[in-house]
Design a protein around this ligand. Structure first.
Ligand SMILES: C[S@@+](CC[C@H](N)C(=O)[O-])C[C@H]1O[C@@H](n2cnc3c(N)ncnc32)[C@H](O)[C@@H]1O
Length: 205
């Protein structure tokens, strides 16, 4: 059976445009078969973005490296770059169709200052980041999602932040426990619509 996290989705391409509004701004994304949440921006992703935008008060033009791990068709990066153009985004995914769509969506929004890497988890990611965001691929299994959390800790700078959104019913508690175990802290930033947004900070242990 083919999943949205196949490396090379074989399902016939059926591209379409979807609209997404956040903070009174409307964005258009190209999506396709074989990628996550092709019909509309996922409600979990929407909650994580809204929480992040409310939370984050950047000092103007702060140079920060941000990783959008498991980027899908690029929603998180397009939105963050539109609100905070000074961020440098790195996008990664295993799904090649998703990566191509991400690039197209970034270009269609005239976004500059990003890098796209094909990688399973952190296999091909070498840099360190100030912020990492994930709507993890639950269907890929616990081993994969836990290695995203572990890799996030390894690849964050000191005081760097890891944001994660997960459906309450899809193992939110075990994610919270794992993040606490790895980082020594995990705050519940938001609970809404059956999702939880967690944040862990890399501190000196
Ligand atoms: C829940 S989706 C989130 C997509 C996108 N960030 C969004 O919010 O719409 C999880 C993403 O993780 C990707 N993924 C699955 N397994 C992965 C792995 N081993 N390493 C990196 N990404 C993976 C999937 O292809 C998918 O795009």
């Amino acid at each position: 059976m083919e999943h949205y996290f196949s490396e090379n989705p074989n399902t016939k391409s059926e591209r379409k445009k979807i609209k997404y509004t956040i903070e009174n701004k409307t964005f258009e994304f190209i999506t396709d078969n074989g990628v996550f949440s092709k019909g509309k921006v996922d409600s979990g992703t929407d909650l994580m973005l809204k929480t992040f935008i409310k939370d984050k008060k950047f000092k103007k033009k702060e140079k920060m490296n941000v990783l959008d791990i498991g980027c899908g068709y690029g929603t998180v990066s397009v939105i963050l770059k539109s609100f905070y153009p000074f961020l440098h985004m790195t996008l990664s995914d295993v799904n090649e169709r998703a990566l191509k769509l991400s690039e197209e969506n970034l270009k269609n929004h005239n976004i500059k200052g990003y890098e796209i890497i094909k990688s399973s988890v952190f296999d091909n990611i070498s840099g360190n980041f100030d912020i990492i965001l994930s709507n993890p691929p639950i269907r890929a299994g616990k081993e994969i999602i836990f290695s995203i959390y572990e890799g996030a800790y390894e690849h964050l700078n000191l005081n760097g932040e890891f944001y994660c959104v997960i459906r309450t019913k899809h193992g939110a508690k075990s994610t919270q426990k794992k993040m606490e175990q790895i980082f020594g802290n995990c705050e519940t930033e938001k609970i809404d619509g059956g999702y939880r947004v967690y944040k862990s900070i890399k501190k000196i242990k």
